[in-house]
Design a protein around this ligand. Sequence first.
Ligand SMILES: [Zn+2]
Length: 255
Amino acid sequence: MGASLPSAAIERGARWLQLPGGVFDAVGSRHRDVWLRELTGADEELLTDRVFASGAQRASALLARAIAKVEGIEAPIDEAFAASLSIGDRDALLLRLRQLEVGDHVHQVKRCGNPECGRKVDVDFLISELEVRQAEPLAPTLTLALPRSDGSGEVRLTLRLPTGADQEALAAAALPPAQANSLLLSRIVLDVDGRGPLSRAAAHALTLAQRNRIAEFLAQQAPGPDLAIDVACPYCAAPMAYDFDLVAFFLPSAR
Ligand SMILES: [Zn+2]
């Protein structure tokens, strides 16, 4: 542990977090230990008064203020840094902040989707109960052998995990889901068979099966908390599984 860390942060173990993924520096070393500082009224005012283009941008502003220090990283912790973190690491940080500032217990009211029932259902869970996928080891880039659409072997993709910057870009582009998916793939696929990055046109031309394979691969590889809340309606037993929308929940005025 570095001597430059604020001593108050070290004494308060709960404010330390090990990122499930981590940050890679210029020489490819991974850094995972983060110290969070306590948010103040000034932070809250800034986050409330400023107009953000998206919930993702607002989360970046919050994280830039909340992260006191990342072990081994000398660069300033600004919004660009927060945006460069993987989605899973950002989710883990937002969850820990929520735990520290408000508490571990989450209460939500959801409506049962069964049209014959449709009753309001209280959903309660603890943040500490959410499973967190740790990536050990994790490399700066991932490799996926993707079957060709004509069945003639595979293409070798080099990709990176989606980040907050990708979330911000997707929100700014405001595209229909399939086109948003093409934009995301063109951002995160860094190389195809040694021929360079995936263009948006090439991403668009991927088959549904290929897109699904990439999405499945990322879901399996990406470190971070599992935000799938698996509940059933207590009145009619209909399944009510949903994904916990962290940004909307933690930052309620985010658009
Ligand atoms: Zn029901």
